[in-house]
Structure formats: C-alpha cells, structure tokens
Design a protein around this ligand. Structure first.
Ligand code: ATP
Ligand code: MG
Length: 420
C-alpha cells in the first residue's frame, strides 16, 4: 500500500469488479442509444452560478453539498453535483435547439460530486447515466423516459424496484399550493432549520423522513387538489401512456425531490433492498430551467440513474451479471524463440478482432498457465521449440480440456472458426 488512500467518501473501481460497473453503465444507456438520444459530454466543473441559479439556492445540493473552488484567476467554479444544468447549458451554447427539430434528445454518463455524509450508497464521488429531452412539452416524452429507465433496470434483471410518480404543477398552480402548504406548516411544531425551510422550499419539508415530522404532516394539503386543468390533463396522459406500456407505477403525492427546477411530472425509482439510500434514479420535467439560466423557453424532461446504487441493487437481489470473458486466447511461450513467434501471433489475432493476451514477464510454464486460467480465456496457445520445429502450436480448449496441434499459419482462422 502507498502512503495515500482514496479520499473519504470515495472508492476505486478495480478489476474484476470494475467490469460490473461498465456493464451497468452500458445497460443503463443502451435503451437511450436505441431511442434517438445523442451522446453529450460536458466538463466536470462549471461556473458555480449555473448551479446556484439552475438547481436553486434553497436546495441541499447547492446550500450544503457543492464542492466549490476559486481559480487563480478568481473564477468561482463548482465540481458538478448533477447533470441537468450542465447539459442544458451546453445545448444552449451549441444552439442545438436551433439546429434541428425539437426535442433535442441527449444522454450522458459521468462522475458527480457532492459533499455528503458518506454511508452505504451515498458517496462524495458517484456516477450517473442521464438523459434529457429538451424543448418539447409532450406527455409522451415524459412517458418515454420512464419507460426507457424501466427497460434499463429490467434488462439488468432487477425486479424489486418501484416507480413513484407525481405532478408538481406549473407556474400557474404551484404558487397557490405553496401558499396553502406554508400556511399549514407554520402551525406545526418544527425545529429552527425546518422552519427556515418553510420559507425557502416548503415542498421539501414534505420530503423530511423523520417520524416526528411525518407524524405532523398528516392532513397537509396535497398538490393533487391544487393542480390546474392543464396540469391535470397532462398528468393523466402520462399515466395512461405508462399503463398502456405495461409499466407499473405508484402515485406518490409526497414525492417532491430535491431540486427547485422541477415542474409537472416528477418521478423516482426506488429499490427496496437498499435501506435508507433507496433511490436508484429519478427525474422529471423542468419547464422553467432554460429561462432561469438565461435561455429561451424550452420545456424539457430528463432523468439521472445512479450507477453505484444500481450495482448495490443488483447485489441486494443476488443478481450476477453474465459478463463475457474479456480474453478469448491466452498465449504461453516456452523459450525465447517461441516468445517472438507467439507474440507476433497475439498481435495477428488482435488485428483479426480476437481478444488475446500473452504471458509476459518470462515466467515458467506453471505461472503462465495460472495467468491463462485467471484470464478466463477460452483457449490457450502453447508452443515450445519442438512445436516450432514442426511449424505448429498446441491449441487447448480450456472448457473441454481438449488439445490439438494446429499449423502456425492456420491458427488465426482455426480460432476464429471455433469462437464463431
Ligand atoms: P437522495 O435523496 O438519496 O439524496 P437525490 O435526490 O439527491 O438522492 P438525484 O439528485 O436525483 O438524487 O440523483 C439521481 C440519482 O443519483 C439518485 O437516485 C442516486 O441513485 C444517485 N445519487 C445521488 N446522490 C448520490 C450519492 N451521494 N452517492 C451515490 N449515488 C447518488
Ligand atoms: Mg441527495
């Protein structure tokens, strides 16, 4: 071990486990790639004001969890705590909304940073796969995103997750509800911090998990009773489309989520095997965000799925992903001459598209065969002086244990045929 360790609240991904994370990222993004979403990548840091304006000063993310820094030039930056504001910023900057038809559909995958109290499923560096559909107000788009996330989790084999769905209203009806809620909350017996929240972000109080708070929230006004006709109709349409697609969801009128920019559709994917860090993903509609960061009106919807918690969910359900071995052929040379010949064969195999590896470091046969086993390769190729004199190598099928001599010139074709 070196003197250094991964910083608190972070962990490294190392083989073989790292392969699982790659597979999860791939599975979470596959339905998007298949549905007209284009890949977008933005910097790991942004102007701090993008988040304070976009995500909202009153949110935990901005008020407590952001890693901020001042550069030598005096610019205030923040490590990105979430993806939506950055992606929208980038889409506006590149004028994507003017180039083609709306909506602009984008997906991303990357690292996010929040200064949180580390615990299982809650880290200071974590990874998300996200999707944003920018510039269209269409309930089918909200439904599409929920259906695609559901599909992603299902292709991984997950079953014990639930979809929570709510509507947060829009700029017409939400303020009316907000007033009513504030009035209700002000009558309750709450601590200093929570009282402050009533003024800043009263909907967030509904999200307070403490029993002593939850107890008092019984009878609180619910948003559903305040939705305007347009929001109601929109929400009904989203629900109908989900039902038609066979996606099961639960109406959750308390679901408010932590970000200020959400309007109308809001949803969360929770997994029942994860304890208190149960949200594996979430998202919603954010019709006002573009204007909040200085852009034109662009109603949009998106989600972000947590890779770390999805891996934990797989573990909780005892799901082993079937990861194909990354090496098909492992070459073991015996002697100097064989080393040169087999190294060239490995290069040839790789250029022919066969995943191949080589016993480096000049260890003996025993050590080399151990490496071959550990690689998970389907075949080993062994050759010594006598084989080379005959122009052959020994090709061993590690599954059946069968071994045969194959002409050096025919090796690549033979392997390709056997793997096909
Ligand atoms: P929570 O309520 O658990 O704090 P959140 O509402 O802050 O979650 P989002 O901002 O919606 O989370 O992020 C989307 C997803 O990213 C979450 O559902 C979760 O899977 C993951 N995520 C968020 N914060 C963390 C973290 N600190 N560590 C690991 N994963 C995280
Ligand atoms: Mg959080």
């Amino acid at each position: 071990m070196s003197t250094f360790k991964a910083p608190k609240g972070t962990y490294d991904l190392t083989p073989p486990d790292s392969a699982k994370y790659l597979a999860v990222r791939e599975a979470l993004s596959a339905p998007l790639k298949n549905s007209g979403y284009g890949y977008i990548e933005t910097p790991g840091f942004e102007d701090v004001a993008l988040f304070s304006r976009g995500v909202g000063e009153s949110t935990d993310i901005v008020s407590k969890e952001m890693y901020t820094l001042t550069t030598k030039g005096g610019t205030e930056l923040a490590l990105r705590p979430e993806g939506t504001a950055s992606v929208l910023r980038a889409a506006l900057e590149a004028n994507l909304h003017k180039l083609g038809n709306l909506p602009v559909k984008l997906w991303y995958s990357g690292s996010y940073y929040r200064y949180e109290r580390p615990q299982k499923g809650r880290y200071r560096h974590f990874s998300q796969v996200g999707a944003e559909a920018i510039g269209a107000e269409d309930p089918a788009l909200d439904a599409e995103l929920i259906i695609l996330a559901d599909q992603a989790y299902r292709t991984l084999g997950l079953q014990n997750f639930r979809i929570l769905l709510n509507s947060l209203g829009d700029k017409e009806c939400r303020p009316v509800y907000r007033d009513a809620l504030q009035e209700f909350l002000r009558e309750l017996d709450l601590d200093e911090d929570t009282r402050r929240r009533i003024d800043l972000n009263p909907l967030r109080v509904l999200d307070d998990k403490r029993p002593e708070v939850q107890k008092q929230l019984v009878g609180a006004p619910v948003l559903r009773d305040y939705l305007c006709d347009a929001c109601k109709a929109y929400h009904e349409e989203v629900r109908d489309l989900l039902t038609a697609a066979g996606v099961v969801y639960e109406d959750d009128e308390k679901l408010v989520r932590g970000l200020d920019y959400y309007t109308r559709t809001t949803f969360e994917f929770v997994h029942d095997g994860l304890g208190s860090q149960s949200a594996v993903g979430g998202g919603g509609r954010y019709d006002g965000l573009s204007e909040m960061i200085g852009g034109p009106a662009l109603p949009s919807v998106g989600w972000a799925l947590g890779v770390d918690r999805t891996v934990l969910a797989l573990e909780a359900e005892g799901i082993e992903l079937e990861l194909p071995s990354s090496t098909s052929v492992f070459a073991v040379p015996l002697g100097e001459e064989a080393r040169r010949v087999l190294f060239a064969k490995v290069t040839e195999l790789r250029r022919a598209g066969v995943a191949a590896d080589f016993a480096f470091g000049g260890r003996g046969l025993k050590g080399a065969m151990k490496s071959a086993n550990r690689s998970g390769a389907r075949f080993t190729v062994v050759a010594g002086e006598r084989d080379l004199a005959e122009g052959v190598v020994q090709l061993k099928d590690m599954e059946s244990g069968e071994q045969q001599a194959v002409a050096l010139d025919a090796l690549v074709a033979e392997v390709q045929q056997k793997l096909a």
